[in-house]
Write a protein that binds this ligand. Structure first.
Ligand SMILES: [Zn+2]
Ligand SMILES: [Zn+2]
Length: 337
């Protein structure tokens, strides 16, 4: 089969790869649509030790069941499915207590030795799949995975509804956070970024104020808010999160731009700011994300760009260096590569 393979730093290439087989408990999917995620971009940049050359990237996928492995009865052949690409062991204490995202042996499509979805076919455990109703297009369904990250983050870090919220970063995660926050009726939402195209998108999605952190004094414009969601994860933004969270406020850190940041702990303690970190999602969060998608919340259809898999190099370069308005680049794989 043809697949888009990571071949080096900032290099992906179409290559002929052996077609995967559906092993016991697995299903072979014919991939129809697959999105580029921030973590795929980390792999493309050579910043992800778990994504080495030779790997087929991609974990945000929609496909059609092509073949069932031994002992698999469902979903039936021909069924279009959402793919939960985060595979946990199902046996450890974390998995047994509904914290599958904390499983020590989780695997992800398009990471380590598990080939991903930028290919004609991918094999996935049948338990990771959910049927897509005919009313939901591929372009909508493919948002289930990124949206599950927001569902998880808000579930663990928000108790009562915040009246005011600041979102740091207007990329895919920031914009998805904004749509969910709007659907929950949060009164005042600020969005901060330095990309004017993305700030304009945030305004259109419903941000009360979109602030360019390079040009404006964010603290002066915002004052303070009940809840801060950081989808960037660099030191300047993490410091800003502390500066604009109220005393007794909450901050959720999701962005993974940098590993190490120095923060003023005495100030954080005096201000009793509650700090949350959020990683990935559980199967329950994925199910809630699917429910949101099917009720119309989430997909940012206006900011999708579609490419063929054979345009992979150009698509990755664009999303890495100059994404502009595009919040999600989708590879249209079903209609030939
Ligand atoms: Zn992702
Ligand atoms: Zn586990």
């Amino acid at each position: 089969m043809q697949a888009l393979v990571l071949t080096g730093k900032e290099r992906v290439e179409m290559q002929e790869m052996p077609s995967p087989r559906a092993g016991p408990g697995e299903v072979l999917l014919k991939v129809s649509t697959a999105g580029i995620c921030g973590s795929d971009i980390h792999g493309f940049l050579g910043h992800s030790p778990r994504r080495k050359p030779g790997l087929i990237l991609g974990h945000e996928a929609v496909g059609v069941v092509a073949e069932l492995g031994p002992n698999v009865k469902n979903p039936p052949t021909g069924q279009r499915v959402y793919v939960n690409p985060l595979i946990s062991c199902g046996k450890c204490e974390a998995c047994a207590t509904g914290k599958e995202n904390c499983c020590a042996s989780w695997r992800l499509l398009g990471m380590d030795r598990v080939h991903g979805a930028y290919a004609e076919f991918v094999s996935v455990p049948a338990t990771q799949l959910r049927p897509i109703p005919d009313s939901v297009s591929d372009e909508r369904a493919v948002w289930a995975e990124p949206l599950a990250n927001i569902v998880h983050c808000f579930r663990i870090s928000i108790n009562e509804k915040p009246r005011s919220m600041a979102i740091l970063g207007a990329g895919t995660m920031g914009a998805l956070g904004l749509t969910v926050a709007k659907s929950r009726g949060i009164e005042t939402i600020f969005v901060l970024d330095k990309n004017e195209a993305r700030l304009a998108a945030a305004k259109e999605i419903g941000a009360d104020l979109a602030i360019n952190v390079d040009k404006e004094d964010a603290k002066a414009r915002i004052g303070s808010v009940d809840y801060v969601f950081d989808a960037v994860g660099v030191s300047s933004m993490r410091r800003l999160a502390l500066d604009i969270a109220k005393r007794g406020g909450r901050i959720a850190f999701l962005g993974m731009g940098e590993n190490e940041t120095s923060l003023p702990f005495i100030d954080m303690i005096r201000n009793e700011q509650a700090i949350f970190t959020s990683f990935a999602y559980t199967p329950a969060d994925f199910a809630e994300s699917v429910r949101l998608i099917e009720s119309g919340t989430g997909p940012l259809l206006k900011w999708i760009e579609k490419r063929k898999l054979s345009d992979g190099q150009e698509a990755f370069s664009k999303m890495t260096h100059n994404p502009g308005f595009t919040l999600k680049l989708l590879f249209d794989i079903g209609n030939g590569s």
